[in-house]
Write a protein that binds this ligand. Structure first.
Ligand code: SAH
Ligand code: SF4
Ligand code: F3S
Length: 433
């Protein structure tokens, strides 16, 4: 069957799209980019905020409405898990609803033509026997754990992704070896909460070190994502002592106020959080730190919100993903009152955005003139340019096509535009990797 896959949401979903593509191809199906020739369309959805959900459902309606064909419509991912059967009732155009733990059942469904069906049992699925069909050469995702046990009170992820489960380290190392052989130059260890990784006595810092040693000077290593509560000195030391582990940390704070952090169930205070930032910067002075922040969590007062603003100012993140609070069914925060009016949430969000845009630009300008090693990842959006990434994961545009994806290039950063940088190659190539 000719299949088309569209993916929304976080990197776990992006990689699930690759897993799904791997499953379909090994069952003999063809996966194409063009939806209009597909006999089966899969949309891998995100449920983390209402907006993400509405967008994915809108896209399904649009794809199903294409005039020339009547493809099978399959909704996968977190919205499928969240609503299950209810989606079949609500959206007559859907054929199958498949939760994130049941993608291996899809080839049977396509063969058996069972009629409309929703499969959402949650289990301990780790997709260990699947070869993902990777789309991002020279960068690859490797799952280390799935699920989340943290139950932050605003978050739907633990409900839709199930409990934490870690993959055995020997399987992870084997997958890494295969990627190195195939020439991959950057590996991102993936999980909703990688710091909770534990398998047969091996914790995340140990696993990261094992992967880093395996990757040697051929390949960079990153990871995403982690709860600041679980960031240990041991992890920071492993990062600092291995040259191929990227000096980048996504450390979502969510709020700068202790009462709100407690109501969110985050498990750290503002001061504990700042102490972790200081620790990272002491060990790795040029580390790139990013965050996620939520404005208008239920009960958040204007004074409390000011502490989120002051945290942005105090830490001066290189980059930040900023959200307004969005009600999610089944989460504990729904019981907290009073809710912050939507208009006020939007006003707070826009204040955070304005401030962070200034900081991001200032921080970006600080690196103009510096020399950096970038990994060429592929063509940039604009014609005639290539995209590349620094160790800190900053996007650097190279104004020439004379590079291959996978090449490491020494550049001088010439200018910054928001979080995008421009680089020119150095004539004296001091090749690092
Ligand atoms: N496991 C990751 C988070 C994944 S969700 C972590 O803990 O870092 C990505 C981000 O979405 C979260 O960090 C949070 O900032 C945001 N988010 C989650 N639920 C939300 C909600 N109900 N409203 C607004 N933003 C939310
Ligand atoms: Fe959600 Fe918290 Fe788990 Fe992150 S750690 S996925 S924010 S419950
Ligand atoms: Fe969204 Fe699911 Fe990821 S809810 S953020 S796609 S785990």
């Amino acid at each position: 069957m000719i299949c088309h896959i569209e993916v929304y949401g976080c990197q776990m979903n992006a990689h699930d799209g690759e897993i799904l593509s791997g499953i379909l191809k090994s069952a003999g199906h063809t996966v194409v980019k063009n939806a209009s020739i597909a006999e089966a369309i899969f949309v891998v959805t995100c449920a983390v905020r209402e907006h993400a959900e509405t967008r994915a459902l809108g896209r399904i309606t649009h794809l199903a409405g294409m005039p020339d064909q009547k493809p099978l419509m399959i909704i996968c991912g977190c919205v499928a898990q969240e609503h299950g059967d209810r989606l079949l009732k609500k959206m007559k155009l859907l054929d199958f609803v498949i939760g994130p733990d049941l993608y291996h059942r899809i080839p049977d469904l396509l063969r058996e033509k069972t009629g409309r069906l929703s499969l959402t049992e949650q289990g301990v699925e780790k997709y260990e026997s699947v070869s993902p069909d990777r789309k991002e050469f020279p960068r690859a995702f490797v799952t280390v754990m799935r699920g989340c046990n943290n139950f932050c009170t605003y978050c739907i992820v633990p409900y839709v992704r199930g409990r934490e489960r870690s993959r055995p380290s020997d399987l992870i190392i084997n997958e890494v070896r295969g990627l190195l052989k195939a020439g991959y130059k950057e590996i991102t260890l993936l999980g909703q909460n990688v710091n909770s990784y534990i398998h047969a006595g091996i914790n995340f810092p140990k696993l990261l070190e094992m992967v880093s040693i395996e990757a040697g000077n051929k390949c960079r290593v990153r990871f995403v994502t982690s709860n600041p509560r679980d960031l240990s000195l041991e992890l920071a030391q492993v990062m600092a002592s291995h040259e191929n582990i990227c000096n980048q940390f996504h450390l979502p704070a969510q709020s700068g106020n202790d009462r709100v952090l407690k109501a969110m169930g985050r498990g750290y205070t503002r001061n504990e959080y700042i102490a972790k930032v200081v620790m990272l910067r002491e060990l790795m002075p040029d580390i790139v730190i990013s965050t996620d922040m939520i404005a208008g969590f239920p009960g958040e007062t204007t004074e409390e919100f000011e502490e989120t603003i002051s945290l942005l100012q105090e830490v001066r993140y290189d980059y930040a993903f900023l959200f307004r609070y969005s009600e999610r069914e089944g989460t504990a925060a729904l019981q907290i009152s009073p809710p912050v009016p939507v208009k006020e949430r939007l006003a707070r969000l826009s204040r955070m955005q304005d401030l962070q845009a200034e900081i991001t630009l200032e921080k970006s300008r600080e690196i103009v003139g510096k020399h950096m090693t970038v990994l060429v990842t592929g063509p940039a959006r604009r014609e005639g340019q290539m995209a590349s990434r620094t160790m800190g994961n900053r996007l650097v545009i190279l104004e020439s096509l004379s590079y291959e994806p996978g090449q490491m290039v020494q550049v001088r950063i010439t200018r910054a535009d928001g979080y995008t940088h421009f680089g020119e190659p150095l004539s004296t190539l001091l090749k690092k990797n």
